[in-house]
Design a protein around this ligand. Structure first.
Ligand SMILES: NC(=O)c1ccc[n+]([C@@H]2O[C@H](COP(=O)([O-])OP(=O)(O)OC[C@H]3O[C@@H](n4cnc5c(N)ncnc54)[C@H](OP(=O)(O)O)[C@@H]3O)[C@@H](O)[C@H]2O)c1
Length: 341
């Protein structure tokens, strides 16, 4: 094993849309585990839209990354050296703070042991991890999904959206995909979405939503904000539930106020509920949700696509794909050999 490793640090805060120049690749000494700590080799790293908030100098729901600090992020890896009796070399582990680096040292208690029997180990970052759990709790808990609901889902082919749409199908609802290309809509329909709207080519987005769900959206999983949000707000069913899950459409104006139309009368007339969502509020129920997601996947009810890039050098480029919609399914980066393959 080399005595050095590569890691990405934040070089500057973005103004507007982030660019690859906001990060810098550097070489650092191999970290050594202290008492109760574990040295882990990263195998798969995740990039997720929430990272846009972490690189903003503006206050967010979690502390941001400082200039010169290693970029935050989740990952799955293999234990190399352990000073925690609960973990041994060779164990597969996951954490929300592997960060953008080849190796890391963390307290053993910060690592979750991954059971390769539940699915391929990278699924701990995909349908059995942050995006899959987000889909599960937005639809079933915050969104109070019911059989027969017309459920509009934005970023529908993405990591969260592809799982959310299939949960709607499993529960007898009718999911409607909103996504940014015909290829993405075709994938959503292959998964069983009842209808789909390419928001980049639809001449009138509000009319397209109305056509897809004539009595309005009973449930709206809002992964983007922006014009898709506006179009669905003009098409709310009575007693509809909107879950505000993400604002990826605002990535280029993150530091600015979101100025636009107000929909208070639509919300009042529909007696609609709009609820903000943060996944970690549901942490007490992650194990039960993971078990259910895994069993759906094993029985063929839950399919998923991963968009895999290779090498630690790809981290900023992989992240930027999320901001432009270039990813097809869950964006991951393989940074070393997968010992389970
Ligand atoms: N609140 C929470 O706890 C929580 C947890 C996890 C995820 N999230 C949120 O869930 C959302 C989806 O995350 P994900 O991991 O599943 O990402 P993803 O959907 O796999 O990737 C992001 C997608 O956003 C879409 N997008 C990018 N720019 C857009 C724009 N200007 N307008 C509309 N859509 C745009 C693109 O799809 P198209 O090509 O279809 O545009 C892109 O593929 C994100 O907003 C994320 O922040 C929230």
């Amino acid at each position: 094993m080399s005595n050095e490793m590569k890691q990405w640090v934040l070089a500057s805060h973005p103004t507007g849309m982030p660019t690859a120049e906001n990060w810098q690749l550097q070489t650092a000494p191999m970290p050594e585990p202290g008492a109760g700590e574990v040295l882990t080799r990263a195998v798969y790293l995740s990039v997720d839209p929430y990272m846009r908030g972490r690189i903003s100098p503006r206050a967010n729901y979690a502390a941001g990354v400082g200039l010169g600090d290693v970029m935050h992020g989740g990952g799955v890896g293999v234990v190399v050296e352990s000073n925690d009796p609960a973990l041994k070399p060779g164990d597969i582990v996951e954490s929300f703070r592997f960060d953008w680096q080849e190796y890391n040292v963390q307290k053993g208690s910060a690592l979750r042991k991954v059971d390769p029997e539940m699915g391929p180990i990278h699924s701990a970052l995909s349908y059995l991890g942050l995006p899959g759990l987000t889909a599960y709790f937005t639809m079933l808990t915050a969104g109070e999904l019911k059989a027969g609901d017309d459920a509009v889902i934005s970023a529908a082919s993405g990591a969260v959206g592809q799982v959310a749409g299939q949960i709607a199908i499993i529960k007898g609802a009718r999911p409607i995909a909103v996504a940014g290309s015909d290829e993405k809509i075709a994938w959503c329909k292959e998964l069983g979405y009842a209808d789909g709207i390419n928001y980049k080519t639809a001449p009138d987005l509000t009319a397209a939503v109305k056509k897809a769900c004539p009595h309005g959206a009973d449930l709206f999983l809002d992964n983007t904000a922006g014009p898709i949000h506006d179009a669905v707000m003009r098409n709310l069913a009575e007693k509809s539930r909107t879950v505000i899950c993400g604002t990826v459409a605002l990535a280029d104006k993150f530091e600015e106020p979101d100025i636009g139309e107000r929909f208070l009368r639509n919300i009042m007339i529909a007696r609609a509920t709009i609820r903000g969502f943060i996944l970690f509020d549901h942490a007490d129920h992650f194990d039960q949700a993971r078990a259910e997601l895994s069993s759906w996947a094993k029985s063929g009810k839950l399919r998923h696509k991963e968009d895999m890039m290779q090498g630690i050098e790809s981290m900023p480029a992989a992240f930027l794909r999320l901001m432009t919609g270039a990813n097809m399914g869950k964006q991951l980066i393989q940074v070393s050999d997968d010992p389970t393959l």
